[in-house]
Design a binder for this molecule. Structure first.
Ligand SMILES: NC(=O)c1ccc[n+]([C@@H]2O[C@H](COP(=O)([O-])OP(=O)(O)OC[C@H]3O[C@@H](n4cnc5c(N)ncnc54)[C@H](O)[C@@H]3O)[C@@H](O)[C@H]2O)c1
Ligand SMILES: N[C@H](CO)Cc1c[nH]c[nH+]1
Ligand SMILES: [Zn+2]
Length: 428
Protein backbone atom coordinates (compact mmCIF):
# COMPACT_ATOMS: atom_id res chain seq x y z
CA UNK A 1 0.00 0.00 0.00
CA UNK A 2 1.37 3.42 -0.93
CA UNK A 3 2.93 5.36 1.97
CA UNK A 4 2.89 9.13 1.61
CA UNK A 5 4.98 11.58 3.59
CA UNK A 6 3.93 15.11 2.71
CA UNK A 7 2.93 18.32 4.42
CA UNK A 8 -0.66 18.57 5.63
CA UNK A 9 -1.83 20.91 2.87
CA UNK A 10 -0.57 18.55 0.12
CA UNK A 11 -2.18 15.59 1.87
CA UNK A 12 -5.51 17.40 2.01
CA UNK A 13 -5.30 18.06 -1.74
CA UNK A 14 -4.52 14.40 -2.33
CA UNK A 15 -7.58 13.36 -0.31
CA UNK A 16 -9.75 15.53 -2.51
CA UNK A 17 -8.42 13.96 -5.72
CA UNK A 18 -8.92 10.46 -4.32
CA UNK A 19 -12.47 11.08 -3.14
CA UNK A 20 -15.03 9.22 -5.21
CA UNK A 21 -16.24 11.77 -7.71
CA UNK A 22 -20.00 12.00 -7.45
CA UNK A 23 -20.14 13.21 -11.01
CA UNK A 24 -18.55 10.58 -13.23
CA UNK A 25 -19.75 11.89 -16.58
CA UNK A 26 -19.75 8.53 -18.38
CA UNK A 27 -21.76 6.89 -15.61
CA UNK A 28 -24.07 9.93 -15.38
CA UNK A 29 -24.93 9.68 -19.05
CA UNK A 30 -25.35 5.87 -19.09
CA UNK A 31 -27.67 6.10 -16.09
CA UNK A 32 -29.66 8.94 -17.65
CA UNK A 33 -30.35 6.70 -20.69
CA UNK A 34 -31.39 3.78 -18.47
CA UNK A 35 -33.85 5.94 -16.52
CA UNK A 36 -35.34 7.45 -19.69
CA UNK A 37 -35.82 3.99 -21.18
CA UNK A 38 -37.50 2.62 -18.06
CA UNK A 39 -39.86 5.61 -18.00
CA UNK A 40 -40.72 5.05 -21.65
CA UNK A 41 -40.84 1.25 -21.90
CA UNK A 42 -41.47 0.07 -18.32
CA UNK A 43 -41.04 -3.66 -17.65
CA UNK A 44 -39.67 -4.32 -21.15
CA UNK A 45 -36.74 -1.97 -20.58
CA UNK A 46 -36.05 -3.39 -17.11
CA UNK A 47 -36.08 -6.92 -18.51
CA UNK A 48 -33.62 -5.98 -21.28
CA UNK A 49 -31.21 -4.35 -18.80
CA UNK A 50 -31.35 -7.39 -16.51
CA UNK A 51 -30.37 -9.60 -19.45
CA UNK A 52 -27.56 -7.19 -20.38
CA UNK A 53 -26.04 -6.45 -16.94
CA UNK A 54 -26.96 -9.49 -14.84
CA UNK A 55 -27.29 -12.18 -17.53
CA UNK A 56 -30.67 -13.21 -16.24
CA UNK A 57 -33.85 -13.53 -18.28
CA UNK A 58 -36.40 -12.44 -15.68
CA UNK A 59 -39.96 -13.57 -16.34
CA UNK A 60 -41.57 -12.48 -13.04
CA UNK A 61 -40.02 -9.54 -11.22
CA UNK A 62 -41.99 -10.21 -8.02
CA UNK A 63 -40.82 -13.24 -6.04
CA UNK A 64 -43.52 -15.62 -4.86
CA UNK A 65 -44.16 -16.04 -1.12
CA UNK A 66 -43.45 -19.78 -1.57
CA UNK A 67 -39.85 -19.08 -2.69
CA UNK A 68 -39.31 -16.77 0.30
CA UNK A 69 -40.86 -19.21 2.79
CA UNK A 70 -38.78 -22.03 1.37
CA UNK A 71 -35.55 -20.06 1.78
CA UNK A 72 -36.48 -19.33 5.39
CA UNK A 73 -37.44 -22.93 6.18
CA UNK A 74 -34.19 -24.30 4.77
CA UNK A 75 -31.86 -21.71 6.23
CA UNK A 76 -28.81 -23.00 8.10
CA UNK A 77 -29.77 -22.64 11.82
CA UNK A 78 -26.44 -20.93 12.56
CA UNK A 79 -27.17 -18.28 9.92
CA UNK A 80 -30.71 -17.88 11.27
CA UNK A 81 -29.39 -17.38 14.82
CA UNK A 82 -26.86 -14.81 13.61
CA UNK A 83 -29.56 -12.90 11.73
CA UNK A 84 -31.81 -12.99 14.79
CA UNK A 85 -29.01 -11.66 17.03
CA UNK A 86 -28.40 -8.87 14.51
CA UNK A 87 -32.13 -8.13 14.44
CA UNK A 88 -32.30 -7.85 18.25
CA UNK A 89 -29.35 -5.45 18.46
CA UNK A 90 -30.42 -3.33 15.48
CA UNK A 91 -33.95 -3.12 16.89
CA UNK A 92 -32.89 -2.16 20.42
CA UNK A 93 -30.57 0.55 19.06
CA UNK A 94 -33.07 1.98 16.59
CA UNK A 95 -35.99 1.95 19.05
CA UNK A 96 -34.06 4.73 20.81
CA UNK A 97 -34.22 6.87 17.66
CA UNK A 98 -38.01 6.99 17.69
CA UNK A 99 -39.20 10.57 18.05
CA UNK A 100 -42.61 12.04 18.82
CA UNK A 101 -44.12 15.30 17.69
CA UNK A 102 -44.78 18.18 20.07
CA UNK A 103 -47.46 20.68 21.00
CA UNK A 104 -46.43 24.15 22.13
CA UNK A 105 -49.15 26.11 23.95
CA UNK A 106 -46.84 28.45 25.87
CA UNK A 107 -48.18 31.73 24.43
CA UNK A 108 -51.79 32.69 25.34
CA UNK A 109 -54.22 31.91 22.50
CA UNK A 110 -51.56 30.25 20.38
CA UNK A 111 -51.29 26.55 19.61
CA UNK A 112 -48.32 25.40 17.57
CA UNK A 113 -47.12 21.89 16.98
CA UNK A 114 -45.52 19.31 14.85
CA UNK A 115 -46.73 15.80 14.12
CA UNK A 116 -44.71 12.93 12.75
CA UNK A 117 -46.09 10.58 10.14
CA UNK A 118 -44.49 7.42 8.75
CA UNK A 119 -43.99 7.26 4.99
CA UNK A 120 -46.57 5.16 3.16
CA UNK A 121 -44.46 3.08 0.79
CA UNK A 122 -40.65 2.82 0.67
CA UNK A 123 -38.34 0.90 -1.64
CA UNK A 124 -35.21 -0.70 -0.20
CA UNK A 125 -32.26 -1.28 -2.52
CA UNK A 126 -30.29 -4.32 -1.36
CA UNK A 127 -27.01 -4.58 -3.31
CA UNK A 128 -26.27 -7.91 -4.94
CA UNK A 129 -23.95 -7.46 -7.91
CA UNK A 130 -20.77 -8.93 -6.47
CA UNK A 131 -21.91 -10.13 -3.03
CA UNK A 132 -25.17 -10.80 -1.19
CA UNK A 133 -26.08 -8.49 1.69
CA UNK A 134 -28.68 -9.88 4.12
CA UNK A 135 -27.13 -7.64 6.80
CA UNK A 136 -27.81 -4.51 4.73
CA UNK A 137 -31.41 -5.59 4.29
CA UNK A 138 -31.85 -5.77 8.07
CA UNK A 139 -30.26 -2.32 8.40
CA UNK A 140 -32.83 -0.71 6.12
CA UNK A 141 -35.95 -2.81 6.74
CA UNK A 142 -35.92 -2.80 10.56
CA UNK A 143 -35.83 1.01 10.99
CA UNK A 144 -38.61 1.25 8.37
CA UNK A 145 -40.76 -1.13 10.39
CA UNK A 146 -39.98 0.64 13.67
CA UNK A 147 -41.03 3.93 12.06
CA UNK A 148 -44.37 2.37 11.07
CA UNK A 149 -44.05 2.46 7.25
CA UNK A 150 -47.16 0.74 5.84
CA UNK A 151 -45.52 -0.95 2.85
CA UNK A 152 -41.85 -1.90 2.69
CA UNK A 153 -40.82 -3.27 -0.67
CA UNK A 154 -37.36 -4.38 -1.68
CA UNK A 155 -35.34 -4.73 -4.88
CA UNK A 156 -32.15 -6.69 -5.40
CA UNK A 157 -30.35 -7.86 -8.56
CA UNK A 158 -31.46 -11.26 -9.94
CA UNK A 159 -28.83 -14.01 -9.93
CA UNK A 160 -28.32 -16.80 -12.42
CA UNK A 161 -28.75 -19.39 -9.62
CA UNK A 162 -31.49 -17.46 -7.82
CA UNK A 163 -31.21 -14.81 -5.13
CA UNK A 164 -29.13 -15.80 -2.12
CA UNK A 165 -31.49 -17.60 0.34
CA UNK A 166 -30.02 -15.71 3.31
CA UNK A 167 -31.24 -12.45 1.72
CA UNK A 168 -34.72 -13.90 1.27
CA UNK A 169 -34.77 -15.27 4.82
CA UNK A 170 -33.58 -11.93 6.21
CA UNK A 171 -36.43 -10.24 4.32
CA UNK A 172 -38.90 -12.55 6.04
CA UNK A 173 -37.28 -11.99 9.44
CA UNK A 174 -37.51 -8.22 8.95
CA UNK A 175 -41.10 -8.29 7.68
CA UNK A 176 -40.49 -6.99 4.14
CA UNK A 177 -43.80 -6.91 2.24
CA UNK A 178 -42.63 -7.73 -1.31
CA UNK A 179 -39.39 -8.56 -3.11
CA UNK A 180 -38.66 -7.66 -6.74
CA UNK A 181 -35.65 -9.14 -8.52
CA UNK A 182 -34.21 -6.15 -10.27
CA UNK A 183 -30.95 -4.29 -9.68
CA UNK A 184 -28.77 -1.37 -10.72
CA UNK A 185 -30.01 1.92 -12.15
CA UNK A 186 -33.00 0.18 -13.75
CA UNK A 187 -34.25 -0.83 -10.28
CA UNK A 188 -33.95 2.74 -9.04
CA UNK A 189 -35.80 4.04 -12.11
CA UNK A 190 -38.57 1.47 -11.61
CA UNK A 191 -38.98 2.43 -7.94
CA UNK A 192 -39.06 6.13 -8.81
CA UNK A 193 -41.48 6.02 -11.74
CA UNK A 194 -43.20 2.64 -11.41
CA UNK A 195 -43.61 0.06 -14.16
CA UNK A 196 -46.44 -2.36 -14.97
CA UNK A 197 -45.25 -4.74 -12.25
CA UNK A 198 -43.09 -2.66 -9.90
CA UNK A 199 -44.90 0.02 -7.87
CA UNK A 200 -43.51 3.54 -7.48
CA UNK A 201 -42.50 4.43 -3.92
CA UNK A 202 -42.26 7.60 -1.84
CA UNK A 203 -38.63 7.14 -0.88
CA UNK A 204 -35.71 4.98 -2.05
CA UNK A 205 -33.34 3.75 0.64
CA UNK A 206 -30.10 1.83 0.58
CA UNK A 207 -26.57 1.66 -0.75
CA UNK A 208 -25.26 0.32 -4.03
CA UNK A 209 -22.48 0.66 -6.55
CA UNK A 210 -21.77 3.78 -8.57
CA UNK A 211 -24.66 3.09 -11.00
CA UNK A 212 -27.12 2.79 -8.15
CA UNK A 213 -25.82 5.87 -6.31
CA UNK A 214 -25.87 7.95 -9.51
CA UNK A 215 -29.40 6.81 -10.36
CA UNK A 216 -30.60 7.78 -6.89
CA UNK A 217 -29.15 11.25 -7.36
CA UNK A 218 -30.86 11.58 -10.73
CA UNK A 219 -34.35 10.51 -9.58
CA UNK A 220 -34.22 12.69 -6.47
CA UNK A 221 -37.14 15.10 -6.67
CA UNK A 222 -39.41 12.55 -8.28
CA UNK A 223 -38.98 10.58 -5.06
CA UNK A 224 -37.06 11.15 -1.87
CA UNK A 225 -33.77 9.36 -1.27
CA UNK A 226 -31.98 8.62 1.96
CA UNK A 227 -28.45 9.73 1.04
CA UNK A 228 -25.68 8.98 -1.40
CA UNK A 229 -24.28 5.72 -0.03
CA UNK A 230 -21.81 4.35 -2.54
CA UNK A 231 -18.68 2.22 -2.41
CA UNK A 232 -17.54 1.45 1.14
CA UNK A 233 -14.79 3.34 2.93
CA UNK A 234 -12.67 2.96 6.01
CA UNK A 235 -10.43 5.56 7.58
CA UNK A 236 -8.16 4.47 10.43
CA UNK A 237 -6.24 6.70 12.82
CA UNK A 238 -3.54 4.73 14.61
CA UNK A 239 -0.43 5.23 16.70
CA UNK A 240 2.34 2.80 17.57
CA UNK A 241 0.13 1.12 20.20
CA UNK A 242 -1.94 -0.47 17.38
CA UNK A 243 -1.37 -3.91 15.89
CA UNK A 244 -0.37 -3.64 12.19
CA UNK A 245 -1.84 -7.06 11.41
CA UNK A 246 -5.24 -5.98 12.73
CA UNK A 247 -5.08 -2.61 10.95
CA UNK A 248 -4.32 -4.29 7.62
CA UNK A 249 -7.17 -6.74 8.15
CA UNK A 250 -9.60 -3.89 8.87
CA UNK A 251 -8.49 -1.92 5.79
CA UNK A 252 -9.00 -5.00 3.61
CA UNK A 253 -12.40 -5.70 5.15
CA UNK A 254 -13.73 -2.67 3.29
CA UNK A 255 -11.43 -2.89 0.24
CA UNK A 256 -12.98 -6.25 -0.66
CA UNK A 257 -16.41 -4.65 -1.15
CA UNK A 258 -15.66 -2.81 -4.39
CA UNK A 259 -12.82 -1.77 -6.73
CA UNK A 260 -13.82 1.79 -5.86
CA UNK A 261 -13.75 1.25 -2.07
CA UNK A 262 -11.49 3.66 -0.12
CA UNK A 263 -9.14 2.21 2.57
CA UNK A 264 -7.07 4.93 4.29
CA UNK A 265 -4.70 4.85 7.25
CA UNK A 266 -3.33 8.00 8.87
CA UNK A 267 -0.64 7.60 11.48
CA UNK A 268 2.19 9.46 13.19
CA UNK A 269 4.43 6.40 13.12
CA UNK A 270 6.56 5.66 10.03
CA UNK A 271 7.34 2.18 11.39
CA UNK A 272 3.66 1.37 11.80
CA UNK A 273 2.96 2.63 8.26
CA UNK A 274 5.54 0.25 6.80
CA UNK A 275 4.33 -2.70 8.88
CA UNK A 276 0.71 -2.15 7.84
CA UNK A 277 1.69 -1.83 4.19
CA UNK A 278 3.62 -5.14 4.38
CA UNK A 279 0.68 -6.83 6.10
CA UNK A 280 -1.76 -5.58 3.47
CA UNK A 281 0.41 -7.14 0.75
CA UNK A 282 0.57 -10.51 2.47
CA UNK A 283 -3.05 -10.61 3.63
CA UNK A 284 -4.40 -9.68 0.19
CA UNK A 285 -3.24 -13.03 -1.14
CA UNK A 286 -5.60 -15.04 1.04
CA UNK A 287 -8.75 -13.14 0.10
CA UNK A 288 -11.09 -14.81 -2.39
CA UNK A 289 -11.90 -11.29 -3.63
CA UNK A 290 -8.20 -10.46 -4.04
CA UNK A 291 -8.60 -8.74 -7.42
CA UNK A 292 -11.32 -6.36 -6.17
CA UNK A 293 -9.46 -5.56 -2.96
CA UNK A 294 -6.13 -5.05 -4.76
CA UNK A 295 -7.62 -2.50 -7.11
CA UNK A 296 -9.25 -0.60 -4.24
CA UNK A 297 -5.99 -0.59 -2.27
CA UNK A 298 -3.96 0.62 -5.26
CA UNK A 299 -6.40 3.13 -6.70
CA UNK A 300 -8.15 4.72 -3.73
CA UNK A 301 -6.08 3.52 -0.78
CA UNK A 302 -3.07 5.13 0.88
CA UNK A 303 -1.23 5.47 4.17
CA UNK A 304 -0.36 9.01 5.23
CA UNK A 305 2.30 9.73 7.83
CA UNK A 306 1.80 13.02 9.66
CA UNK A 307 3.66 14.75 12.47
CA UNK A 308 1.16 14.70 15.34
CA UNK A 309 -2.25 13.50 16.54
CA UNK A 310 -4.01 16.83 15.82
CA UNK A 311 -2.92 16.58 12.17
CA UNK A 312 -4.32 13.04 11.99
CA UNK A 313 -7.77 14.30 12.94
CA UNK A 314 -7.53 17.39 10.76
CA UNK A 315 -6.72 15.27 7.69
CA UNK A 316 -9.33 12.61 8.51
CA UNK A 317 -11.99 15.30 8.90
CA UNK A 318 -11.18 16.25 5.29
CA UNK A 319 -11.62 12.62 4.24
CA UNK A 320 -14.98 12.47 6.09
CA UNK A 321 -14.97 8.66 5.92
CA UNK A 322 -17.97 6.40 6.08
CA UNK A 323 -16.30 4.40 8.89
CA UNK A 324 -13.64 5.79 11.17
CA UNK A 325 -11.58 3.57 13.45
CA UNK A 326 -9.66 5.30 16.21
CA UNK A 327 -6.87 2.96 17.25
CA UNK A 328 -4.98 5.33 19.50
CA UNK A 329 -4.18 5.03 23.19
CA UNK A 330 -7.31 6.05 25.17
CA UNK A 331 -9.45 6.52 22.03
CA UNK A 332 -12.55 7.94 23.74
CA UNK A 333 -10.67 11.10 24.74
CA UNK A 334 -10.57 12.09 21.05
CA UNK A 335 -14.32 11.94 20.32
CA UNK A 336 -14.59 15.74 20.33
CA UNK A 337 -11.91 16.05 17.60
CA UNK A 338 -14.04 14.03 15.17
CA UNK A 339 -16.09 16.38 12.99
CA UNK A 340 -16.89 14.32 9.89
CA UNK A 341 -17.51 10.56 9.97
CA UNK A 342 -20.47 8.24 9.38
CA UNK A 343 -19.74 5.85 12.22
CA UNK A 344 -16.88 5.76 14.70
CA UNK A 345 -15.22 2.62 16.06
CA UNK A 346 -13.22 3.15 19.25
CA UNK A 347 -10.36 0.90 20.24
CA UNK A 348 -8.90 -2.37 19.09
CA UNK A 349 -11.96 -4.53 19.69
CA UNK A 350 -14.32 -2.31 17.71
CA UNK A 351 -13.18 -3.76 14.40
CA UNK A 352 -15.34 -2.40 11.55
CA UNK A 353 -17.18 -5.67 10.72
CA UNK A 354 -18.61 -5.60 14.27
CA UNK A 355 -20.67 -2.63 13.11
CA UNK A 356 -21.39 -4.20 9.73
CA UNK A 357 -23.20 -7.11 11.31
CA UNK A 358 -24.30 -7.13 14.92
CA UNK A 359 -23.52 -4.12 17.11
CA UNK A 360 -26.78 -2.38 16.23
CA UNK A 361 -25.95 1.14 14.91
CA UNK A 362 -26.79 1.39 11.22
CA UNK A 363 -24.18 0.40 8.65
CA UNK A 364 -25.88 2.34 5.84
CA UNK A 365 -23.77 5.45 6.05
CA UNK A 366 -22.80 8.45 3.96
CA UNK A 367 -19.80 7.91 1.68
CA UNK A 368 -17.63 9.98 -0.70
CA UNK A 369 -17.10 12.78 1.81
CA UNK A 370 -20.85 13.32 2.29
CA UNK A 371 -20.49 12.63 6.03
CA UNK A 372 -19.79 16.40 6.10
CA UNK A 373 -23.56 16.88 5.86
CA UNK A 374 -25.30 13.47 6.08
CA UNK A 375 -26.06 11.08 8.93
CA UNK A 376 -26.37 7.31 9.30
CA UNK A 377 -29.64 5.80 8.09
CA UNK A 378 -32.14 5.82 10.94
CA UNK A 379 -35.79 5.66 11.94
CA UNK A 380 -35.94 9.43 11.23
CA UNK A 381 -35.42 8.68 7.50
CA UNK A 382 -38.79 6.93 7.36
CA UNK A 383 -40.93 9.67 8.87
CA UNK A 384 -41.97 13.10 7.71
CA UNK A 385 -43.01 16.06 9.76
CA UNK A 386 -46.11 18.22 9.44
CA UNK A 387 -46.52 21.38 11.49
CA UNK A 388 -49.81 22.92 12.64
CA UNK A 389 -50.95 26.34 13.89
CA UNK A 390 -54.08 27.66 15.65
CA UNK A 391 -54.55 31.28 16.92
CA UNK A 392 -57.43 32.92 18.76
CA UNK A 393 -58.68 36.28 17.43
CA UNK A 394 -56.88 38.14 20.24
CA UNK A 395 -53.62 36.34 19.62
CA UNK A 396 -53.81 37.12 15.90
CA UNK A 397 -54.67 40.77 16.63
CA UNK A 398 -51.43 41.13 18.57
CA UNK A 399 -49.31 39.90 15.68
CA UNK A 400 -51.38 41.23 12.76
CA UNK A 401 -49.42 44.52 12.42
CA UNK A 402 -46.16 42.58 12.02
CA UNK A 403 -47.72 40.31 9.41
CA UNK A 404 -49.23 43.10 7.34
CA UNK A 405 -46.01 45.13 7.58
CA UNK A 406 -43.90 42.24 6.30
CA UNK A 407 -46.48 41.39 3.62
CA UNK A 408 -46.38 44.95 2.26
CA UNK A 409 -42.57 45.04 2.41
CA UNK A 410 -42.70 42.02 0.10
CA UNK A 411 -45.27 43.76 -2.13
CA UNK A 412 -47.88 41.12 -1.28
CA UNK A 413 -51.04 43.15 -0.63
CA UNK A 414 -53.23 40.03 -0.82
CA UNK A 415 -51.42 38.52 2.15
CA UNK A 416 -52.00 41.66 4.24
CA UNK A 417 -55.70 41.77 3.32
CA UNK A 418 -56.20 38.09 4.23
CA UNK A 419 -55.12 38.95 7.79
CA UNK A 420 -57.09 42.21 7.89
CA UNK A 421 -60.25 40.38 6.75
CA UNK A 422 -60.40 38.85 10.27
CA UNK A 423 -60.86 42.30 11.82
CA UNK A 424 -63.10 45.37 11.56
CA UNK A 425 -60.30 47.18 9.69
CA UNK A 426 -61.07 45.02 6.67
CA UNK A 427 -62.26 46.90 3.56
CA UNK A 428 -63.04 45.77 -0.01
N1 LIG B 1 -22.92 1.68 2.57
C1 LIG B 1 -23.43 0.49 2.84
O1 LIG B 1 -24.13 0.31 3.79
C2 LIG B 1 -23.13 -0.66 1.96
C3 LIG B 1 -23.57 -1.95 2.30
C4 LIG B 1 -23.31 -2.98 1.42
C5 LIG B 1 -22.65 -2.72 0.23
N2 LIG B 1 -22.24 -1.46 -0.04
C6 LIG B 1 -21.63 -1.10 -1.31
O2 LIG B 1 -22.59 -1.43 -2.29
C7 LIG B 1 -21.91 -1.73 -3.47
C8 LIG B 1 -22.47 -3.03 -4.05
O3 LIG B 1 -22.09 -3.08 -5.37
P1 LIG B 1 -22.40 -4.33 -6.27
O4 LIG B 1 -21.88 -4.01 -7.62
O5 LIG B 1 -21.93 -5.55 -5.58
O6 LIG B 1 -23.98 -4.46 -6.28
P2 LIG B 1 -25.14 -3.46 -6.75
O7 LIG B 1 -26.40 -4.22 -6.51
O8 LIG B 1 -25.01 -2.13 -6.13
O9 LIG B 1 -24.95 -3.27 -8.30
C9 LIG B 1 -25.13 -4.30 -9.20
C10 LIG B 1 -25.90 -3.79 -10.37
O10 LIG B 1 -25.14 -2.80 -11.07
C11 LIG B 1 -25.56 -2.80 -12.42
N3 LIG B 1 -24.39 -2.66 -13.29
C12 LIG B 1 -23.24 -3.36 -13.21
N4 LIG B 1 -22.42 -3.00 -14.22
C13 LIG B 1 -23.08 -2.06 -14.94
C14 LIG B 1 -22.75 -1.29 -16.09
N5 LIG B 1 -21.59 -1.42 -16.71
N6 LIG B 1 -23.65 -0.41 -16.55
C15 LIG B 1 -24.86 -0.25 -15.94
N7 LIG B 1 -25.20 -0.96 -14.83
C16 LIG B 1 -24.32 -1.84 -14.34
C17 LIG B 1 -26.27 -4.08 -12.69
O11 LIG B 1 -27.60 -3.81 -12.99
C18 LIG B 1 -26.20 -4.86 -11.39
O12 LIG B 1 -27.43 -5.46 -11.07
C19 LIG B 1 -20.45 -1.80 -3.15
O13 LIG B 1 -19.86 -0.59 -3.57
C20 LIG B 1 -20.40 -1.89 -1.64
O14 LIG B 1 -19.27 -1.26 -1.12
C21 LIG B 1 -22.47 -0.43 0.78
N1 LIG C 1 -19.33 -2.25 5.20
C1 LIG C 1 -20.59 -2.09 4.51
C2 LIG C 1 -21.08 -0.68 4.71
O1 LIG C 1 -20.29 0.20 4.17
C3 LIG C 1 -21.69 -2.96 5.03
C4 LIG C 1 -21.50 -4.41 4.94
C5 LIG C 1 -22.45 -5.35 4.75
N2 LIG C 1 -21.85 -6.55 4.80
C6 LIG C 1 -20.60 -6.36 5.03
N3 LIG C 1 -20.37 -5.05 5.10
ZN1 LIG D 1 -18.41 -4.20 5.12
Amino acid sequence: MKIINKDLASLKRLVQTKTQQLTDLKVESAVRDIIANVIEKGDAAVKAYEAQFDNVDVTDFKLSQAVIDDAYANLDPQVKDALLLAKRNITSFHEKEKATGFIDAEQPGVLRGQKLLPLKRVGLYVPGGTAAYPSTLLMSALPAKIAGVSEVIMVTPPQVDGINPAVLAAAKIAGVDAIYQVGGAQAIAALAYGTESIPAVDKIIGPGNVFVATAKKQVFGQVAIDMVAGPSEIGILADDSADPRQLAADLLSQAEHDQRARPILITDSADLAQAVSDNVTSQLKVLPREAIATEAVNEKGFIAVVAKVEEMFDLMNTVAPEHLEVQLKNPTQYLNLIKNAGSVFLGRYASEPLGDYVAGPNHILPTSGTARFSSPLGVYDFVKRTSFIQYTKDALAKEAPAITTLARVEGLEGHARAIESRFDTYYD
